[in-house]
Design a protein around this ligand. Structure first.
Ligand code: ATP
Ligand code: MG
Length: 228
């Protein structure tokens, strides 16, 4: 079974005046198909941890492994392709490119992956649009969509290439309750259907409770909390 593993991660940010310790000796394992919420107050280090898990930020101490591959090795470019195929990302803001339709936005990932079978790629995008209920919007530009629809398009872009792990940073942060509930349900269903591991950094405890495990970052440490 594929797994993503953070081993003894610490992260400090240094400025001219002082050093801030954000994360201290954090270890975490995410299995394929497992869902995890990371909660904690603003500024506790949730985004920092996600960035480190994806190999986008190098921790001060510790390593991140995909199976036995060290993603936090210094040579970041070596893993660009692997990272693109392994991970999908969803943020609070959608980051869709405004001058491309949502379908074209999704095609970009396949270009990054140099996946040349256009017919198969298009099929994957259409299937995920169907799953997310946005097929009728495929030729629309992001500005033509509602906030909830845009976030669904952002999720489609993140998962059309069937990543092993989906990392989401406050995916419901900009949505009303109704749309937040839709996104929660869709992401949980997708995780099951695609056997995708998901990590969600969120302030939304209702969302967190629906996932397999809930962890809280508090005073630089990560604790597993009872989510019954
Ligand atoms: N590149 C950086 N340089 C200096 N400090 C940073 C940097 N990135 C994050 N920090 C600091 O690290 C701490 C954790 O930030 P982070 O964005 O991970 O918090 P968060 O838990 O995601 O907060 P929020 O819930 O508000 O999104 C904050 O104090 C932040 O100011
Ligand atoms: Mg954050």
């Amino acid at each position: 079974m594929n797994k993503l593993q953070a081993k003894n991660i610490s992260m400090s940010f240094a400025s001219a005046q002082h050093t801030v310790d954000v994360l201290a000796d954090i270890s975490l394992v995410l299995d394929e198909g497992q869902s995890i919420a990371i909660i904690g107050s603003s500024g506790c280090g949730k985004t920092t941890l996600l960035q480190i898990l994806a190999g986008l930020e190098t921790p001060s101490v510790g390593k991140v492994f995909f199976n036995d591959i060290n993603l936090s090795a210094n040579n970041k470019t070596q893993f660009t392709q692997l990272r693109s195929s392994l991970f999908g990302f969803v943020y609070q803001f959608h980051y869709l490119l405004e001058d491309l339709t949502i379908f074209e936005n999704c095609e970009l990932t396949f270009q990054i992956l140099q996946s040349k079978d256009r017919a198969a790629n298009h099929q994957s995008i259409l299937a995920i649009f169907e799953e997310l209920g946005i097929s009728h919007l495929k030729d629309h530009y992001p500005f033509m969509l509602s906030g909830g629809e845009r976030q669904r398009a952002a999720i489609a872009r993140a998962v059309a290439h069937k990543p092993t792990f989906l990392l989401m940073d406050e995916p419901t942060g900009n949505l009303d309750n109704e749309n937040a509930a839709i996104i929660q349900e869709l992401t949980i269903n997708l995780s099951k259907k695609l056997n995708m591991g998901i990590i969600v950094a969120t302030h939304d405890l209702d969302y967190a409770k629906q996932l397999d495990d809930v962890y809280k970052i508090e005073n630089t440490k990560l604790h597993r909390i009872d989510n019954e």
